[in-house]
Design a protein around this ligand. Sequence first.
Ligand SMILES: [Zn+2]
Ligand SMILES: [Zn+2]
Length: 339
Amino acid sequence: MSETAAPYVVTLGTAGGPRWWRYQGQPVRAGIATAVVVGGAVYLVDCGYGAGRQLVQAGFGLHDVAAIFLTHLHSDHVVDLTSIALFSTFENTDDGREPIALIGPGDRGVLPPTSPHAAQRPQPVAAHGPTPGTAETLARIVEAHATDLNERILDSLRPSPLEVIRARDIVLPEGLGFEANENPVPEMAPFVVYEDSRVRVSAILVEHPPMAPAFGYRFDTEGGSVVISGDTAFTPNMIALAEGADLLLHEAIDLEWLMSKFADPTESSARATRSHHERSHTSIADALAVARSAGVGRLALHHLVPGTSADSLKRQLADAPGPRAIVPDDLDVLPLRRR
Ligand SMILES: [Zn+2]
Ligand SMILES: [Zn+2]
């Protein structure tokens, strides 16, 4: 890749949800992961199912990755961090290079409340530390694979993933009053979480209850800007983050599908699932409203739920008022600025 080429996005994976979606023989979309490519360097946002493989399919390797950003710690955004971390010890063959920065939410601090639909209180896992943040999550991934890694380190003389990937929890600006359960999305301005010679990356809290903190990210480069919503319900913070951006990748839930899939009002798990999606994700109409209010150049919908055909989404978009939105497939290339 040319270092002088205009920046662009590769939609590595476009499916949302902790599932392998399948539908009538259609190809399985990879889990949510997006590469922002600036001056030949890759900035990876989220590590959904297949992210490492998709990165390679797109013509890159881990040696091209300058930084990885996690929007939040749901498994559909993090599951391939494991393969990326474990394979990094072999993939990252340039011993002299800077570690890859891994940046994401800190420890939630408190467990979420139990669903009102619960018949009895479920038992959480990992009672000694039930809400680890980004750095602790990477540390535990490494620890879980100690048998493998210690062999690589001692016998093959490879570096630990913790030397190749340097994790850092996002520290929120002071005075916000953030509290994971009581005040997860205070209105705020975007704040810078990463900067190098090619890009300045800002974050803002978004609304994805009960997951908190959850972030959207904005990449500003000399060749344009792109905003990635992460998972969120409609929030004014997204409009603030996306203000005047060239390209907005926003999540969208197909509410028609949700209603048909989880229709049974007597089934507590169906009710809990539907309620989660309605509180925590954005309808097509609201994604369009965010793009309109923020005056973004172009809108692309991703993190597709269901992560199969986009036909229903495209049909609903055709009937919706502007702006026009596209629904990319896996491995589509979207320039930040229209040429
Ligand atoms: Zn998700
Ligand atoms: Zn999520």
